[in-house]
Design a protein around this ligand. Sequence first.
Ligand SMILES: [Zn+2]
Length: 266
Amino acid sequence: MSRDNFTKKTIETLKARVAHRCSNPNCRVPTSAPAEDNKVNNIGSAAHIFAASEGGPRPNNAISSEERKSINNGIWLCSNCSVDIDRDEKRYPPELLKKWKADAEAQARTELGQKLPSNTDAIDTVAAALTGMPKNIITHAISNVHQATEISLSRLDSRFHIKTQYIDGSTSIGIFAKENVPLALKVDAEYTQEYAKQHQMLIEHGSDVEISTNGLTIEGSKLFEEIIKEAGTFSISSPKKKAIQKLWLVQDDTNLIESFDDIRGE
Ligand SMILES: [Zn+2]
């Protein structure tokens, strides 16, 4: 049996069908590059899946000479891999090579027209992994984090509109009800006295209520249930307004009015 070589056209087609890369999935190196004097440096070859000649690796006497040199019997590999598969036939049976070929062609089909990652992309990816920040779009990253937080919290209860802020090391989450939402605030037994006292001060003097979230549960909204889970302080504050207290004394018999100095609230 003489050697059934592939035609030049078959070789070129095999090569182009895998985008000039080695078809071994563990290799995948590019197999051509420019050389001096407008020439091409080629480190790939069209290997035969079933032996091209008598005594060759992976023999198959059941196929014809035509089939042996047809494109179906070829696989594009780099020069290292093409030597490797012939030296270690058992490790690289024809079925495996056919799978490599099919996968490499499928990969080339997917990658056609797609941008491959550049060297700087790799650096940016590592920088992003280490810092948690994309290198080029830090300004967007900040707003993206806020948007993502707002969206994920809004999803817990769509009756609220969420606005997040991060100022001077503290995160604040603004929760604005779009409609009337009934909620139940439950204070644990050991915090009730403290809460009652502070609540009284809120009603009478407008001072803020501040109580640990450990002692609270809010029922009626998944959003509040989630937020309250985080350790922190729950506070209720009333809008503060400066007031001026005016006092007059009116004498019953004479109707004489005596006025006092205004007392200005701070
Ligand atoms: Zn290779």
